[in-house]
Design a protein around this ligand. Sequence first.
Ligand code: DUC
Ligand code: ZN
Ligand code: ZN
Length: 485
Amino acid sequence: MATTLIKNGKVISTTGVIAQDVLITDEVVTALGAPGYFAGAEQGADKVIDAAGKYVIPGGIDVHTHMEMPFGGTYASDTFETGTTAAAWGGVTTIVDFAVQNTGGDVQEALASWHRKADGNCAIDYGFHQIIGGVDEQSLKSMRYLVDHEGITSFKLFMAYPGVLYSDDGQLLRAMQTAGEIGAMIMMHAENGIAIDVLVQQAVARGDTDPRFHSLTRPSPLEAEATHRAIVLSHVAGNVPLYIVHMSAGDALAHVAAARHEGRNVFAETCPQYLWLTLEETLGRPGFEGAKWVCSTPVRSKDHDPDYIGRMGHGHQADLWKGLRMNELAVVSTDHCPFCMKDQKEIGIGNFAQIPNGIGGVEHRMELIYQGVVAGELSLERWVETCCTSPARMFGMYPKKGVIAPGSDADVVVWDPSSKTTIGMDEPGRKHHMNMDYSAWEGWVIDGKVDTVLSRGKVIVENDAYVGTKGHGQYVKRGLSQYLV
Ligand code: DUC
Ligand code: ZN
Ligand code: ZN
């Protein structure tokens, strides 16, 4: 029996910041006590972590990653080993990755192949959502099987990428009806892919091939329209739980806010790239450099689109931060889908439509959203809620994950608010552990730093070193969402 004591820290939960010591026995939290309460146990403890001046938070949970995903003619460059190790460096102790069924493929075989990629390779715990790339009798049957037997209770559908992962409205409705029968969550990539493909073809024909046209051919009204359509379909299917992924636009968010106001089971996530980055500063850089930030949904203009009448007279980012404060956006994930510039993003030189879509960020979410706390956009409690607790509740992992409480997995991060983190790889001292040849956040300086990370009671990051092991991470079978009335 191994005992770990974390003393003198301030424990942050969704409801407050409290000076408390945390006692861990083997893999679970066994008790929280007033400072000094466990002084008697300190002598016999196997490890004592002094968190004086630091915050103690539940391990981060990133519910949207794509390790080794085949996409855009190549593969996401992080393996489960490299990606989960980078996640650990960033204070993340659980990821939920997407197993992919392509059109015509078998769902259960797809899931088995994801298990093969992850099994024995992960530094931290992991679960899976299932992408349904082809809605038919067989895949609908498999959805039931996955809920009943595999601990997979959420299914992603695509309104974008016609001919690749796209489902039409009838297919979306059928999958939603099945989800309603089994209590599962539908996760939606909400962009009108049919209209986007027309705009892309027209732009390329005009010779508008620079990376910035990736965003300009996916205007926010087409995210808003798809979001609204998904909400209507989930309503018609019987108030089926719907979670819009990687929301980037204020006009799309307005539909989520309205549906939530009506009491529907509609939820959404956003990602750090939409909260902090703009089209002008990223995709709009000269030459091909903008390819680094090609992802979908796209990073948007600092102002609302020129022909969009801003609801509040400011840009998408302000709407998204406000949405996070108001719980219109419940979760921050990363949509971690890394590609190197060399040989991967470069596929799209001369044609933005060929650039593999994705940004790597699993390592930096906790840091970048903490920066929102420093900037006055969020409270400390809401930081923990959107990055740790709500992801666990939304996807059926609470209270095993997402909280520091007796009986919970001892997934804990000690966070140092008085240090700084400089993200990037171009200079010594900068932080970057993902398997990419660039950082989307090069040179960003964050007030705060991951100090120590424990995964199920085992220290995996301390003293600026990764001390975990490949294969420590276990598969997490998930229950139904705990966010429903
Ligand atoms: N968006 C991305 O940017 N990459 C992977 C899939 C997706 O929907
Ligand atoms: Zn998507
Ligand atoms: Zn994704």
